[in-house]
Design a protein around this ligand. Sequence first.
Ligand code: PLP
Length: 224
Amino acid sequence: MGTKERYESTAAEVARVCERVGRPASEVTLVAVSKTVGPDQVQEAIDGGATNFGENRPDQLVPKADQFTGATWHFIGNIQSRRIRDIVGRAALIHSLFEERHARKIDEVARERGIVQDVLVEVNVSGEESKSGLEPSQVRPMLEVLESLPNVRACGLMTMAPQGSMDVARSTFAGLRELRDQLKPDYPELTELSMGMSEDWAVAIEEGATIVRIGRAIFSETFA
Ligand SMILES: *Cc1c(COP(=O)(O)O)cnc(C)c1O
C-alpha cells in the first residue's frame, strides 16, 4: 500500500466509525498530518482524496501550504511569537493556542491583513506534565480574552491524549467534550473538538471529535 491507498482506507474507516456511532461522516474532518513527509506524499494523499493537512512547524507549513494552495492547512504545533506571521492566514485553523500573548499577536497580524483567524484553545485535560495546553479551569478566562480580540475567532477546543491506554484516552476525550458542553451556553461558537491521532482516533470519534489529526496511519509504511 502506498500513501494514496492508506489515505483512502483511513478515510473509509473514519466514515465507518462515524456510521457505527450514528454520526454523519460529514461531521468529522480528517486532517492528514504531513509533518514527517515531503511534497510527493502530500500529492499522493491529495490523489487519494485528502483536502485537509496538518503541520506542526512553520518551516514545514510555509512551503507546503504555498505549494498546495487548493488544500486546507492546519497548524497543530508549538507556537512561537516570531513565527506567527508565517502561520496567520496560511493556516485556516490554528489548533494549538493557549497563551494570551500569542492570541494578542495573532489578532494584531490578522488585523493588519484584514482577516479573522480561526483558532482552537489547546487544553491539557489529562494533566500530564509533558503535555502543553491550559488546565481546564483556565479555559474560560482565555475565551474571555479571545472574545475581546476582534480578529481572532475561537471555534473549539483541542487536546492530546496520553499514549498507551485507550481507557485514559477515552476519559481525556470525554473530558474535553464535557468542558466544551459546559462552555457552550456562553460560547455557542465552540463547535469543534480536535482530538484523536493514529492510535486513538476511533475512540475520539466515539467521544465526539469533529476533527481527527492522523499522521502515521496515513504516511508511515510501518504503522499497523
Ligand atoms: C504528530 C501529531 C499528530 C499525528 O500523530 P500520529 O500519531 O502520527 O497520527 C496529531 N496531532 C499533533 C499535535 C501532532 O503533533
